[in-house]
Design a protein around this ligand. Structure first.
Ligand SMILES: [Mg+2]
Length: 258
């Protein structure tokens, strides 16, 4: 698994490749921090724009391709999501579903761009955050690029690691797979302790912390969704979370301490 750069190219002629590596090394020395940003409900309000369509699309896919009725398909989707962190993994392992086909079919999301929203000042904060910045998402690459472009954030990151790239030895290893996270840090040429995972999903934070990464728990969009649903959940901070934020904007203050 290697992080792919925004233009999707893996390799370049050797000299340019070496130069790029030298620049990356120099950057890593100067700004030791490597920021790993989750996408959905971390950088934008996915509860509002995506999840309402994505869940039913996955259930519908299971109905058509696994042959269950709708309630059983919905239950299976939730079961695999809880067990594996991503529904796709359960469908691939237990039903022989083709991962690419599943991801493409379920992420069509018509009208997505019109529903996307984020906190405006976050862009400027991201742009000036010292260190390298990567997107690390369990979503497919085409979807992630679509979201980043529509929100005018695609130029703010040094690379994108999507579920398409999170594979080792022929198996999908999305978050929270600790070995995948360790390999990613190695590919980025930094010790795990220099990486900061900014993320709304606690399971992913726990795994990142277990291999020595720093962790920032972004709760803002999930809180908004809970409030909209009339819920008032408590948000106790687990020991493996280094810092908690409600807005990406707050990273500016945390930049030197996490
Ligand atoms: Mg998320």
């Amino acid at each position: 698994m290697r992080p792919r750069h925004r233009d999707g190219r893996h390799g370049r002629p050797q000299r340019r490749h070496d130069r790029a590596h030298a620049q990356a090394d120099a950057l890593a020395q100067r700004h030791g921090r490597v920021w790993l940003f989750d996408l959905d409900n971390t950088l934008h309000d996915a509860s509002h724009a995506v999840f309402g369509q994505l869940g039913p699309a996955m259930t519908d896919y299971i109905v058509r391709h696994v042959g269950l009725d709708e309630p059983a398909a919905a239950a299976l989707r939730t079961h695999y999501w809880r067990r594996y962190g991503v529904t796709m993994l359960g469908l691939v392992r237990h039903h022989g579903v083709d991962a690419s086909h599943f991801l493409e079919e379920t992420h069509r999301l018509p009208g997505l761009e019109a529903r996307l929203r984020m906190h405006g000042p976050d862009r400027a904060v991201l742009r000036h955050l010292p260190g390298r910045r990567y997107i690390l998402t369990n979503a497919p690459r085409a979807y992630a690029m679509r979201v980043l472009r529509a929100l005018r954030m695609d130029h703010l990151f040094d690379g994108l690691v999507s579920i398409d790239e999170m594979a080792m030895f022929g198996s999908h290893r999305p978050k929270p797979d600790a070995r995948m996270l360790r390999h990613l840090a190695a590919a980025l040429k930094v010790p795990a302790s220099r990486c900061v995972l900014v993320e709304d999903t606690l399971d992913h934070q726990r795994s990142a912390r277990s291999i020595g990464m720093r962790t920032v728990w972004m709760t803002g969009y999930a809180r908004q969704a809970a409030r909209a649903a009339g819920q008032r959940p408590r948000w106790p901070m687990p020991a493996y979370v280094c810092a908690r934020i409600n807005r990406i904007q707050q990273l500016r203050a945390l930049g030197v301490t996490v």
